[in-house]
Ligand binder design. Structure first.
Ligand code: F6R
Length: 620
């Protein structure tokens, strides 16, 4: 979604704002803008439609604008088309010179039409179609009406609006301050060497500081040079601790790869090892899964009657794979729910159930709402999250972090893989606690997990073959992915990877389901990709592939070493190493990620920033 950066210090703000915004481009954007206060206290606002490079050009990379306090924004349109007028920052007047307040905003103000009507009646004039302009003017209205400090005016506006937002404002009368507030939309404040930064996401300020404050929900912050003060909605001061971020700036750079996605695909062995090591303690046969810092006790685990997994997109696909693994190992019934459906259908939940929410960003609006729904119904919640301190991590009863580092490419790869790993560890641990695993089997599963990183490296050796295959199918229109059980879950992910970055229509089907309708779409040359890694289901999926071939399909297969007879049927095969069947999804997904990547590349598309998409979906 949109990105926010703000700076107050001794250096010119504009180059810092542009640099920070460029680190947030991956969140999705269609226009951008900055506002800087000059030495005479006047605001200068520059906006541009399209890529951030337009704003760089308009401002000579920020060098043309002087002033040490400023705010910036990359916009992903929700209200009003992408245009310079609708781009942020927005002003409280009709002209920058008659404006006392200027601001940027992420999220959605749901009742903005009602607020706009109120302000129109009070004589405000609007130039854009955005909810942000309404919010800025609403703050201005209260500021003038009550002649109160900025924080109180912001609080009054927060009480009147519904929705989710991260809001950053400058007030003409308060030259040495930037004000920020948030509700259900992420924002952090960084401090370093007498200078202060605010951003919607860590990578924007990582180059400058690793020391940050997290602003809580419905809290307000006042930033000054090198300090920040915090208030609740009643304007009472709050104490906050400065937290150190462990990611380094290099982790958010491309590191020699052409795209973040390829870099992140290659980081998977390391990310998996780090995630395993963060949870597994001890050596050799004594290795144990240690959830003590998660806080979930053996007693809690024994009481669980049912697991509900709620997530969106790829994280939901992780849930689909986890369902098979947890049910098979821990013998606990698992239901996997799309968070966007779960939150609105008033689900009947067993009080002894555990709700697991999976999210890379920890800020996905629907997943956060699903978590709250579960908590409201009195269930315990466990979050699997990558971004430390994110809303989902803070609100869940238990949190297990994936150790992926920052994921920048819009299409997830390493976060998906580490989420899978955490679900395997939950399955093994819960199985052991509930008496379904003996010591040998326990040690076997853990040692199998530790073989994954080097097996993934082995799959990277097949990259050329996959690139060739992608080039051959560069003009493909429709693709069907089929598989059973875990292979079906991975097919869903393979299909999404293809759609989101290659814009090729594809569908994933449980292989046995095809003949109940969809097989009518198979005709001469239709590409069908089978995922066949589950020994007990290999023959079954094979039969479904043969049914497609009989109708003219071109067959491609992902299967494991040893199944060489597949070449008698399949036109193209990519082989992966073997691992215990429960964990095969961690290997079979790799060629499918690479296929999505190479197809996007062959089609000349923007791999890291596909159209219409955003990295962190903080609106419903
Ligand atoms: C696809 C992708 C998305 C996310 C989904 C949930 O490649 O990245 O489908 O998985 O938007 O995001 P998080 O995990 O941040 O909740």
């Amino acid at each position: 979604m949109c990105g926010i950066v703000g700076f107050i210090g001794r250096h010119d703000a504009a180059p810092i704002l542009l640099d920070g915004l460029s680190k947030l481009e991956y969140r999705g954007y269609d226009s951008s803008g900055i506002a800087v206060r000059d030495e005479n206290g006047n605001f200068e606002v520059v906006k541009a439609k399209g890529k951030l490079k337009e704003l760089f050009e308009k401002t000579d990379s920020g060098k043309a604008i002087h002033g040490t306090t400023g705010i910036g924004h990359t916009r992903w349109a929700t209200h009003g088309e992408p245009s310079e007028t609708n781009a942020h920052p927005h002003i409280s007047g009709t002209d920058v010179d008659d404006s006392g307040v200027v601001g940027v905003h992420n999220g959605i103000i749901e009742n903005y039409v009602e607020m706009k009507d109120k302000l129109l009646r009070k004589g405000y004039k609007f130039y854009s179609e955005t909810d942000t302009e309404v919010m800025v003017k609403l703050v201005d209205y209260y500021y003038k009406k009550y002649k109160c400090p900025p924080g109180e005016a912001i609080a009054k506006a927060m009480v009147r609006v519904r929705g989710s937002y991260a809001l950053v404002l400058m007030f003409k009368d308060h030259p040495d301050e930037i004000w920020a507030a948030r509700k259900d939309s992420p924002m952090i404040i960084g401090i370093c060497d007498g200078e202060t930064y605010v951003a919607s996401d860590v990578p924007a300020i990582l180059k400058y500081t690793k020391h940050v404050y997290y602003i809580g929900n419905m809290e307000i912050a006042c930033l000054k040079e090198g300090t920040a003060e915090f208030y609740n909605i009643d304007s009472e001061p709050l104490e906050k601790e400065l937290v150190e971020i462990t990611w380094d700036a290099e982790a958010a750079e491309k590191g020699g790869y052409e795209h973040f996605m390829m870099k992140e695909i290659h980081e998977q062995p390391r990310a998996i090892t780090d995630t395993l090591n963060s949870i597994i303690k001890g050596e050799g046969k004594d290795r144990r899964i240690d959830f003590s810092c998660v806080g979930i006790s053996d007693e809690d685990i024994k009481k669980i009657s049912q697991i509900y997994i709620a997530a969106c997109g790829s994280a939901w696909h992780v849930g689909m794979a986890a369902q098979y693994v947890i049910e098979d190992l821990a013998r606990i019934p698992v239901r996997v729910e799309l968070a966007s459906e779960f939150r609105y259908r008033n689900p009947i939940l067993d009080k002894n159930g555990l709700v697991i929410v999976i999210s890379q960003s920890g800020e996905t609006a629907d997943s956060l709402a699903a978590l709250r729904e579960a908590k409201d119904k009195g269930l315990k919640t466990l979050a699997i999250v990558n971004v430390v301190g994110s809303s989902i991590a803070r609100e869940a009863d238990y949190v297990v972090y994936t150790v992926s580092g920052p994921e920048i490419a819009v299409a997830t790869t390493k976060a998906y893989s580490t989420q899978l790993i955490v679900t395997y560890l939950i399955a093994i641990h819960f199985a052991a606690v509930r008496g379904h695993l003996d010591a040998d089997k326990y040690a076997y599963y853990i040692s199998e997990l530790y073989t994954l990183p080097e097996k993934i490296e082995k799959i990277f050796e097949t990259k050329d073959k996959l690139q060739w295959f992608a080039a051959k199918f560069v003009n493909v229109h429709d693709v069907f992915f089929i598989g059973r059980s875990i292979d079906y879950a991975v097919s869903l992910e393979g299909s999404l990877k293809m759609k989101e970055i290659s814009y090729v229509h594809s569908e994933a089907y449980a292989a046995g389901e095809l003949k109940h309708g969809t097989i009518s779409m198979i005709e001469d040359g239709t590409l069908v990709i089978g995922v066949l890694t589950q020994p007990s289901l290999y023959e079954k999926t094979m039969s479904n592939m043969v049914e497609c071939k009989a109708r003219g399909a071109y067959l491609a297969a992902v299967t494991s070493y040893g199944h060489y007879n597949i070449e008698d049927t399949s036109n193209f095969v990519t082989y992966i190493p073997n691992v215990d069947a429960h964990f095969m999804g961690s290997l079979s997904v790799i060629p499918l990620q690479l296929l999505g990547y190479y197809l996007s590349l062959s089609r000349g598309l923007d791999v890291d920033k596909p159209r219409n998409l955003a990295k962190s979906v903080t609106v419903e």
